[in-house]
Ligand binder design. Sequence first.
Ligand SMILES: *[C@@H]1O[C@H](CO)[C@@H](O)[C@H](O)[C@H]1NC(C)=O
Length: 591
Amino acid sequence: MSATNEKTNEFLPGVLPPRTRRTLSSGGRIVALRTGLVVLAVFASTFLWRAPYGIGPYHSHQEFNADICPQVSELIPKSNGALWRALGETYETDAFKMRAVDWLAGAVRIPTESYDQMDPVGTDPRWEKFGVFHDYLLKAFPLVHASLEVTKVNTYGLIYVWKGTSSSLKPLLLAAHQDVVPVEETTIDQWQYPPFSGHFDGERIWGRGSQDDKSGLIGILSAMENMLENKFQPTRTVVLASGFDEETSGLHGAQMLAPVLLEMFGENGYAMLVDEGSGYGEQFGRVIATPGVSEKGYLDVMINVASPGGHSSLPPLHTSIGILADLLVNIEKNPFEVHLERGSSTYKIAQCLVHTPDLPASLRRDIIHAEHSELALRRAEHELFKNPMFKNLVGTTQAIDLIHGGVKVNALPEQAWAVVNHRISTQSSVAATKGRDTELLISLASQFNLSYTAFGARITDADAPAFGTLTLSEAYTHGLEPAPVSPTGHDAVPYQLLSGTIRAAYNSHRGLSNDDSLIISPGIMSGNTDTRYYWKLTEHIFRYGHTDGARGGSIISGVHTVNEAIKISNFVEMIRFFTTLILNVDESELP
Ligand SMILES: *[C@@H]1O[C@H](CO)[C@@H](O)[C@H](O)[C@H]1NC(C)=O
């Protein structure tokens, strides 16, 4: 990981700060950058909004417009209600808080770092610390290990199956990864407390993984252990899948877990899946939660220019490097066209904004009218795209991240290459992205008299004499399509159930009981999680961690950088969320 400090809350209004993951590889090769969770957050509300006529100042209790970013009430377990209340009371005690501190701090103390380009399990000794981590889990959660079936996949991948009494019901699938991004040696002295200390200062637990994603894994196991202590027996099976190299693309972990999970309950065999992802935070004057309903796609494009070498005292007008430079300038001059499209996830995100009190009135009006007016849609787009975070989330991005050329100062470079990293819009595809790149360079290829091949296809006449070659290819890994969008409509029971659960956990943690507390909006991940391997398991995939994603002004979450920490109250709230989710899904009408 890089040592770059992430800044929070320094973006234009309208989006939550990113949790950007960047994994740099060594040796000049990049392997499947697992870059992370940037999620745009926006929201909606239970209150009302006099759309589309009463475009006035924001009033919080007007009639409900069910069409724009509809909200659901808090969902409190009914048949499991007594247990839910009892557990809630437990979670509020100091004794429980200290237990939660111990559980999470103990997990943080085992440095489960995953690195790019690790050799297979059994060959690379760096995996072995996951064995130590498993020993810890066994000791910390005795009832979970006594009551659930544990399957180990590729030695360190974990699948826990908590068998329900009714085997005809599709299981709830929870996911959380065991690994953490490495701590950069040179940054250790910048940590307020040592990165694997798990130090508790009375308010926060410090250390790498305290948020990402040991809070998720330990949060789930803590909820299960407590529920077992209280004799809960699920009706519907609950499955927990835990990979161990999510931070480096999940090749050894989630990729191997996926076929086993598929074998266990079949294609579309799970009722819904909740993995790590964005949380909640305040925007335009309201707290919004943004479960990720899709992930952007991914493509690295290698651009290679080759031309005759020779002594540099007799140069051509343009060397391979000069030509490549021109191509790259042309790429940066031509960003992908980006539009907000009706019906898209990012459009729905924008719609949710109308329910926030501090949104500028003209923008609110345009978003509401955008549904029927092209002009309003373009105006809203123009305004929203002033926030580069939002624009990047909507469209396909390009970033020239690697360049190489030349070997000697007096020799003409026979080759020069660069790699462009794309994050593909959920409205686009790998093929469309390749097509755009290919098109863009045609005229320059001909201007420089290059024979042009793109992704295996000849673009120029193979027989024509040429000065050199231009080759586009996928670098290092195959492109990843944008994830299918999980349903969020009125009839999408899993999304509604998740929304009601988020509200119930948020409210009960704060002693609130109203439906105005926060807004739940779909979110989009600009990076990828282990769920990239789980598309076949269910169409209802959500990337959501019930934690304060904004983390307020000066407080740095430290995800992927120095001083990662989590507030204990936040961690306890996560446990409450997982408890509520398991109980709600257990008594739900899901198939
Ligand atoms: C392209 O380069 C080749 C090789 O140098 C040359 O034979 C050919 O005439 C050039 N074509 C054009 C259109 O300049």
